[in-house]
Design a protein around this ligand. Structure first.
Ligand code: NAP
Length: 206
């Protein structure tokens, strides 16, 4: 636990289709910067927003996350969103974690800055910003004024942008590389590479 004895938990939200080193670097960078006791990866089930492609089965995405985080004692995973019927709204997820960890816990929702930019469209976002703080993972050189421009001052005040090295690795690029028969070794942990091969994921055109 951090020095002031307040439990600090990071909730790492994303589709993780598949998880890659950009996500893992983000989680570790944020864990250290924000003195988090634990980071819980929460792959989303049915995302509330429309995706441009058919998501891979949540069971596969969750298992790849489990394999990828296994060697970090500060990382765990949760099936909370993939076991939920219907769309996975972040407000429901964070309410559940708030109940689990109590009012004194400092909760951080960690995800990509591009997702956070859309936050004003998220369900019950006014209540959500009271439940937790947000960490927006950005590439080095990201134009922070975009967050100021797109979000009002109350929302913006609840968001900490964090510049993450190597975040230009993208799930979209990994899926494309697999389809094209290109290597993905060193973009994602070996266990994820093996899982993708074993289950012949990402072979079909999107
Ligand atoms: P996305 O549009 O797929 O991703 C946006 C960008 O952020 C992509 O570049 C993505 O890279 C990156 N990214 C995603 N998760 C990340 C993470 N944990 N760390 C670092 N970069 C990350 O966004 P999404 O994954 O669907 O949504 C992100 C989170 O916001 C999810 O937990 C989702 O449930 C939540 N959300 C909630 C609502 C709502 O409550 N109404 C609406 C939208 C999103 P990669 O493609 O390489 O991952």
């Amino acid at each position: 636990m951090s020095e002031n004895q307040q439990l600090r938990i990071g909730i790492m939200g994303g589709t993780f289709d598949p998880i890659h080193f950009g996500h893992l670097i983000t989680a570790e960078e944020v864990r250290v910067q924000f003195e988090l006791d634990q980071v819980i990866f929460v792959p989303c089930g049915v995302p509330p927003h429309k995706k441009k492609y058919d998501l891979t089965d949540a069971r596969h995405r969750h298992l790849m996350v489990e394999l990828a985080v296994a060697d970090n004692p500060h990382f765990t995973t949760s099936r909370m969103e993939i076991d939920r019927d219907g769309p996975a709204y972040t407000i429901d997820t964070m309410r559940t974690f708030r109940e689990r960890f109590g009012d004194a816990c400092q909760l951080y929702f960690i995800t990509g800055a591009d997702a956070i930019l859309e936050m004003l469209t998220w369900r019950d976002n006014e209540s959500l910003i009271e439940l937790c703080r947000f960490v927006a993972a950005t590439r080095p050189g990201y134009e922070l004024s975009e967050l100021d421009r797109r979000l009002g001052p109350r929302h913006r005040a609840r968001i900490d942008p964090v510049s993450v090295p190597g975040i230009e690795i993208s799930s979209t690029d990994i899926r494309r590389r697999v389809r094209q028969g290109k290597p993905i070794q060193y973009l994602t942990p070996s266990a994820t590479v093996s899982y993708i091969r074993k289950h012949a994921l990402y072979q079909q055109p999107e």
